[in-house]
Each structure stands twice: as C-alpha cells, then as structure tokens.
Design a protein around this ligand. Structure first.
Ligand code: ADP
Length: 401
C-alpha cells in the first residue's frame, strides 16, 4: 500500500510518498515559488535502501496543477521513478490547517467535506485556501485514491472550555466561533507518542510539555496524553515569539495603531504576521542568522534571542502550574532540534523546578531522538525530530483501513 502525503501552501507543495507494507519512505520533495514570476525550485529526493538521491530543478511552475503534475512525472519517471503510474497510490493524506469545530478527526474528503473546509476559510484565510487547492488538484490527478484530510487543530480537541474560551462576550463564541483552536497538533501529538514509545509507557500515563520551535512556534500542555492547553489561539499568531509573528501582545495595540498611525487594519494584520517577531526586533528571522549576528555582537539580535527564550520559559512555568506534575519536556522542529544554545537558554534557571539540563548531552549527539537531562533531573528533557508527514500517513492509513 502506498500513501502520498501533501502539504500545500499558497506558493509551495511539500510531499512524501510512503510504502506502508515495508514501512519506508520512497521519495519526498518540495516545490517552491509556485506562480511566482522568477524561477520555481523543485527539490526531489529518491530513497533506496540507505542511499538518498537528490535532484534540484529550477523551472517556472505556473500553478498548483502544473506543480502536482511535475511531482507525478518525477515519481513515475521510467528510469528514476519509484512507481509505475498514479494508480499505485492508494491514498493521499492532506495537511489541512484549520478544522474549526467541524473536524476533530481525520476525515475522508468528499464534496460536502470540501465545502465545510471552505466554510472555515474566514478562520484561516492564509492557510485553508491553499489546502483546498491542493485537495482539488489531487482529486483530479489521483482519481482512484482515497483523499484524507488531517487537521492541524485536531489534537487540541481535548482542551477544556476554561482554556479555549476568550474572556469576550460569550455571543462571539457562539455566533462567530471565536475561541482558541491551537495548531501544530500533528507535530505535538507525534513527538508525544514518540516520547511514550521511548519511555516504554502508554501516552495516557504521561504529562508532557511539547515545545515546537520552527518558523512558527507553539507549546502544548499534555495531561495524561491529551492536549489541555496550547499557546497558539484562534489563529497561529498568539503565543510564542516566532520568525515573523509577534505572539502575545496587548490586544489594545492594534486599536492604538489605528488611532495613532496611518496604518489600516489590514496593514496591521500584515505587520503582526509578517513583520514582527524576531524579524521585527532585529531584522532577521532565520535563527541561524540571528545566532551568528548575536555572536558578532549585534545587540538587537542578542535582545531578540533573550526575548525569544524568555517567552518560552514563561510558558514552561505556566504549563508546569497547569499540569502540576510533568514527566518530560520535549524540544522539536528546526530550532528545537538543532539549536543547543536556545535549549540551554530556555532551561537555564529552571533547575529548582525540576528541569536540569546536561550541558554536554545538550551540545552533542546525532540528529535523532535523545535525552539531554542530567541523572538527577526529576523532569526528563527530550529532543525528538518531528515528522508531521509520517503522522499524517499513519492517520490516513488508520482511516482507510
Ligand atoms: P518550518 O516551521 O517552516 O517547518 P523548521 O521547523 O524547518 O521550519 O524551522 C526553521 C527554523 O529552524 C529557522 O529559524 C532555522 O533558522 C532554524 N534552524 C534550522 N537549523 C538550525 C540550526 N542548525 N541551528 C539553529 N537554527 C536552525
């Protein structure tokens, strides 16, 4: 059985093809700059045994249909392809960012489901339209495959009203569905399951704090295996400081800006999502560049790092209080997995709260799941590489079986 996982963005398609029978990844890749006037970039990797063969092509990619067709021609290439034709693909698993209150489970996509995802566009105007486009194109290109939607919000279904309601007039929740939904659920759930596997315990016995630090960032408090609170809110803007997103700010700031600047509300929305966060503070949003600049003495980069790690620390404190007892904290995603300096800065000063980092273990080690606390640390500290595509493939398989 073969499952293709697709993560469609407004100008990109990430994909991974799994062979479920022998539990392997056959190929994966990323198409970038779809529909942009300069040349598109298509990275395609074929895996065979332990070898990886990467090819990169630069060609304009007109639209998502052309993009997905390009992926299919590489997957079915007579010489380098990994399948003979598209009918070999049994199911396509789609990452869909916002399920709102309509979808809390992976769902087989039909016309009604697609309409319902469309209805949720106002809650995720940046993400759901691209996800829908990916589904529409994939349904045409893989007509015989089951199409399954896996929602980023789904894992947070278990968050109780005291944590998901905002203290606004209740009417805004009942009529407009304004509430916390949370995102990165597939990643938080995946690393939580991996932690349970490594600890050889059922996930339902564990209290965890999962810390996903990529371009976007979020944290989740997990009680007995279930999400009970998370830092992102109705949209992925709330919570941690991110590459270009502000995270938590005083809600009066947009009103203040409308009153005291020439910015429109749409411009303020762009400001908070695209020009704030790390980029807003030090003009850089890639963590590697910021760390390099900070080491060279750039004071704004140093301040940005202090703010970034301070916010994570505040959420750890909050979630320790929410959970009462915590078995492990888990770092994941680009920064969480690869930046020992950030992990060290986050954990510094938390020793008396039970989080004691082993400095040597934090710095060394291959890019695989590992523990980095000292022997005396009451709370274990894990680095777990996230694999959202694998989680989507598993959820897709579970549904079509
Ligand atoms: P996305 O959220 O888009 O999936 P990733 O999870 O890949 O992104 O995370 C991207 C972030 O990870 C970027 O800020 C990048 O600088 C950072 N990152 C990747 N590798 C390293 C590294 N070796 N050291 C520090 N930061 C890193």
């Amino acid at each position: 059985m073969k499952i293709l996982v697709i993560n469609t963005g407004s100008s990109s398609i990430k994909y991974k093809l799994f062979s479920i029978d022998n539990n392997t990844v056959l190929a994966y890749g990323n198409l970038e700059k779809i529909g942009e006037s300069d040349r598109g970039r298509h990275t395609h990797v074929v895996l065979s045994g332990t070898s990886e063969n990467e090819s990169v092509q630069y060609n304009p990619i007109l639209n998502h249909t052309e993009g997905l067709n390009t992926i299919v021609s590489l997957l079915t290439d007579p010489e380098t392809g990994v399948i003979r034709d598209v009918s070999e693909i049994d199911a396509v698993g789609h990452r869909v960012v916002h399920g709102a209150e309509t979808f809390w489970e992976p769902t087989i996509i039909n016309d009604q489901v697609l309409d319902a995802i469309r209805e949720n566009i106002p809650l995720a105007p940046l993400h759901n339209p691209a996800n829908i486009l990916g589904i529409e194109v994939a349904r045409k290109i893989f007509p015989s495959a089951s199409q399954v939607a896996v929602f980023d919000t789904a894992f947070h279904h278990s968050i109780p009203p005291k944590a998901y309601l905002y203290a606004l007039p209740y009417e805004l929740y009942s009529s407009l569905k304004i509430r916390r939904y949370g995102f990165h659920g597939t990643s938080h759930h995946f690393v939580a399951e991996e932690t349970a596997r490594l600890l050889n315990k059922p996930l339902s016995d564990l209290n965890l704090i999962t810390i996903h630090l990529g371009n976007g960032g979020s944290m989740t408090a997990i009680e007995k295996g279930k999400s009970v609170d998370t830092s992102m809110g109705m949209t992925p803007l709330e919570g941690l400081i991110m590459g270009t997103r502000s995270g938590d700010i005083d809600p009066s700031i947009p009103y203040f800006l409308v009153e005291n600047s020439s910015m429109s509300i749409a411009e303020i929305n762009t400001l908070l999502n695209k020009q704030s966060g790390l980029k807003g503070i030090c003009d850089l949003n890639d963590m590697r560049d910021i760390m390099t600049a900070a080491k060279k003495g750039d004071e704004r980069a140093q301040t940005a790092l202090e703010m970034y790690t301070y916010r994570i620390k505040k959420y750890i404190g909050a979630y320790l209080a929410v959970l009462g007892e915590v078995d492990a904290i888990i770092f994941t995603a680009g920064i969480g997995e690869h930046a020992p300096e950030i992990r060290a800065q986050v954990c510094k000063g938390l020793e008396k709260l039970g989080i004691v980092l082993d400095k040597a273990k934090n710095k060394s080690g291959a890019n695989k799941s590992r523990e980095i606390q000292t022997d005396v640390s009451p709370i274990r500290i894990f680095i777990i590489p996230t694999d959202e595509e694998l989680k989507i493939a598993r959820e897709t398989l579970g549904l079509i079986q």
